[in-house]
Design a protein around this ligand. Sequence first.
Ligand code: ADP
Ligand code: MG
Length: 257
Amino acid sequence: MTDILTINGLVRRFGGVTALAGVDLSLEAGQIRALIGPNGSGKSTLINCVSAVDRWDEGTIVVDGAPVKGRDSVAAARRGIARTFQTLRLFDDMTVLENVMVAMHHSRGYGVFSAVALLPRYRNSEARMRKRALGLLDRVGVAPYADLIAGTLPYGHRRLVEIARALALDPALLLLDEPAAGMNDAETQRLAALVASLGGDDGLSILVVEHNMDFVASVATQVTVLDNGRIIAEGTPAEVREHPDVLRAYLGSEENA
Ligand code: ADP
Ligand code: MG
């Protein structure tokens, strides 16, 4: 299998804090890998580096055969690297539909989520964008709320809108930072089904940060465990669950769990 993502020796320091202390991680095309670890272990930092929201001190990140350059998230988005944030970043005053439409700005305009070929004539047409945005909202299950102001939606729904926004970039690589945070059990289960089908049916490569181990076990084939900026375990969900270092890392940070 070819890797969509290859990270080698990634180091990110913040002053005296080493958030990532030499991380190697790879993701095969079409694979869903979960990234877990106690709070402060470096998960969001890693997502920030891969999506080029952040820069890093050492190491390389290669996506789809080409290196990613730090602090250039626009270029990363154009290359099909899409992400959601641990803390929601929607435009609360815009409608749900508008939130997705503004995200299309950097879309590559080809691939699975723009199945209707974008004829040059229609490429930027409002009607076409609306149609595509509605399709994405439908894909994540919030199409009925398209015309509501995003800020008025329940939290779980807003998280789904964020995923629709990420899909609007027509990503090859999707990075999800704690997508189930703040969701109830039923919402989390529906989200797991969605993420699994984005990987399965749509063939996206997905790196997902999530604490909920049931969620992880139901979507990911492989799990990487970070602790203090280092990978302490890697394997199937069942393997890492039993791993003594993983148990120790989580027990040591019980107050954060
Ligand atoms: P996680 O997502 O696993 O909870 P983070 O990646 O957010 O962890 O943080 C890893 C470490 O890096 C923590 O010690 C955190 O305080 C630190 N850190 C993250 N971002 C910054 C920043 N912008 N400035 C200073 N320290 C940061
Ligand atoms: Mg985080």
